[in-house]
Design a protein around this ligand. Sequence first.
Ligand SMILES: [Zn+2]
Length: 246
Amino acid sequence: MNHTDTAEFQETDLNEKLCRCGCRFQKPITTEDFGELAGMMEKLTETWWSNKVLCDGCIDEHLSDRRKTERLAEWRAICPVQFQNTDPARLERPERYEKAVNAHIWTGQNHGRGLLLYGKTGMGKTRAMWSVLLREFLRGKDITVLNSGSAFEYARMMSIGVREGMDWLQHKITVPVLGLDDIFKGKLTDSWESALFDIIDSRMENGRPFVVTCNDVGDALAARMSPDRGPALIRRLREFCERIHF
Ligand SMILES: [Zn+2]
């Protein structure tokens, strides 16, 4: 039987429904021989059919909308309130924010790149970082952010035990996407500098993406780090990252 023979037939066919998207979807054929299960299958299909109001495509879309809503709720627990809603129009240089947010920095597992947002304070670097992280978070990737306060967290974990400190470090090395917000600010202790070096170096080695914000990427930054790590780290950051000047 061809259900598309006449429009009149479509209007009255009990085996067809009209979805909100405008498409018509059909009841699957259930009269095949299911042996002893035939009657049961028939009943199940009838129940399913009487409840079904959306086509498969619209059901998938509805589910992914729901997943997105759940993910956004999780996001609110992670992202600081002041960075949850950014209106680019209110930024001094909105085009830089847009450029950062639209940067494609990861092209697949082990092929990620970094995004380096640098420039003076108050231009929206941190906002841009959180917006990039949100984009990836909604795509299902887990994220973690380190800031200047993370040095204390690391020290606290190390004081509990070396194992705890190493686990903490390992998580920052392997989390799918890492944000590093102004972590080079001020004088770094040797152990924190070493930890940061390990995190960044390992991520670059394994192509794991990250987003860094900092005020400068030149001599001033190198001067705050020890001579054996600073220049090497800056050189490698420049190679690995797409740089956007704010
Ligand atoms: Zn539909």
